[in-house]
Design a protein around this ligand. Structure first.
Ligand code: XUL
Ligand code: CO
Length: 437
């Protein structure tokens, strides 16, 4: 197998290619339904998993060295930025995402961190221009440092609330400078472990107020992009406040944030919440807050957030079906919030993992297009609800009936035949689309 340095650029060679460093399904400039694949998929590289994560787990230290021989902190972080853009070039990835602490060294105090962060953001701006790349979204890591042990905007300590605001402000400034189109609020430690020490009402109100202030600040500086909540049910806290898409929608409505916020749906978070990925996407869509996607997959037998590269084509197909039905991404995209397994510890593995994930989504896109063109699934659904198009059903659709009329109607029509849901048939249709020659 080739070495990382021997690989200039991963190119599309088609499904029959045996070259591990080629795309089998992702052909960035191929036009599908009037749009290039790169525009349909809007792939983004996650900085934290790709450049910072070194294979540490609960039982052992790093299995990878991502220092590139650098020891001086600023030099190391600039080197990481160089490698990030080199990787994006090699993989034809147009976007990237980061947390503040992923890209800049912490320094001795907050002031030093902000200075470092600003310097690196300027450097990222230069690299973006040079490599023709864009920022999909950024966010503040307000969960890693020990001061965030009881939360950030939901901390019982007001100084932590202020610190969190300062960090989000710096990230919003960076986002504006870099032309990012999204700002993500993943819950981090915004949740709780026991009600014995928690005032839930104060914490939720503070969180709502925090997000309102973030929105008002960014808008006052001309930010036009989206804000996202990224639901997750548990981990690190036992009860995360953004449990799932429906819980996040309720929060956004309660705190009047629906106009500016959308959801960033992560596949592994969906399954942790006991939902399918497509359920969470559909819930976001029906509430008008579909925004962006963290593309990964979990392991159903492990039951924690394993952030694996997505390779399950059923999932990617049903995801891209939702994306196509939504009319595609606007400000959002597909961010690989995914890391190579601890034993996949070489730079080549990073390329291979991204290729696997990108191909799985590219194949998912192709199959979702087939699902729609084939029409059997959409037609079945259309037919299933046909009773709402005439007679009493039409009145229900138009919201022009009442309980008296419905009761009278039901008395005259109590010989009801509910049609079959045909689940097994539809699953076999999906299989025939996925595995056709
Ligand atoms: C954590 C997670 C985060 C967010 C960004 O589970 O998904 O990486 O995507 O903070
Ligand atoms: Co995520």
């Amino acid at each position: 197998m080739k070495k990382y340095n021997e690989i200039e650029k991963v190119v599309y060679k088609g499904p029959d290619s045996k070259d591990p460093f080629s795309f089998k399904y992702y052909n960035p400039d191929e036009v599908i339904l009037g749009k290039k694949m790169r525009e349909h998929l809007k792939f983004a590289m996650s900085y934290w998993h790709t450049l910072d994560y070194c294979g540490v787990d609960m039982f052992g230290g790093p299995t990878e060295d991502k220092s590139w021989g650098e020891t001086e902190p600023m030099k190391l972080y600039k080197k990481r930025a160089d490698v990030a853009f080199e990787l994006m070039d090699k993989l034809s990835i147009d976007y990237y995402c980061f947390h503040d602490v992923d890209v800049a060294p912490k320094g001795k105090n907050l002031k030093e961190f902000f200075d470092n962060f600003k310097e690196i953001v300027d450097y990222l701006a230069v690299l973006q221009k040079k490599h023709n790349k864009k920022l999909l979204w950024c966010t503040a890591n307000n969960f890693g440092d020990k001061v965030f042990m009881a939360g950030a905007a939901t901390s019982p300590n007001a100084d932590v609330f202020a610190l969190s605001a300062a960090k989000v402000k710096a990230c919003l400034d960076a986002n504006i400078k870099l032309g990012g189109t999204g700002y993500v609020f993943w819950g981090g430690r915004e949740g709780y472990d026991t009600l014995l020490n928690t005032n839930m009402k104060v914490e939720l109100d503070n969180l709502g107020y925090f997000m309102q202030m973030a929105r008002d600040y960014a808008r006052s500086k001309g930010y036009k992009g989206d804000f996202y909540i990224e639901p997750k049910p548990k981990e690190p806290t036992k009860h995360q406040y953004d449990f799932d898409a429906a819980t996040a929608c309720n929060f956004l409505r309660t705190y009047n944030l629906m106009d500016d916020f959308r959801l960033n749906i992560e596949a592994n978070h969906a399954t942790l919440a006991g939902h399918t990925f497509e359920h969470e996407l559909r819930t976001a869509r029906v509430n008008g807050v579909f925004g962006s996607i963290d593309a990964n997959q979990g392991d159903m037998l492990l039951g924690r957030d394993t952030d694996q590269f997505p390779t399950n084509v059923y999932d990617t197909t049903l995801c891209m079906y939702e994306v196509l039905k939504e009319g595609g991404f606007t400000n959002g995209g597909l961010n690989f919030d995914a890391k190579t397994r601890r034993q996949s510890n070489t730079l080549e593995d990073i390329l291979l993992a991204y290729i696997a994930g990108m191909d799985a989504f590219a194949l998912g896109l192709r199959k979702a297009v087939k699902m729609i063109e084939d029409g059997r699934i959409d037609e079945f659904k259309e037919e299933r609800y046909r009773s709402y198009q005439t007679g009493i059903g039409e009145k229900i659709s138009q919201k022009s009936t009442n309980f008296e009329e419905l009761s009278e109607y039901a008395l005259k029509h109590d010989d009801i035949n509910v049609q079959s849901g045909r689940q097994e048939y539809l699953e076999s249709v999906l299989n025939s689309i996925l595995f056709e020659k």
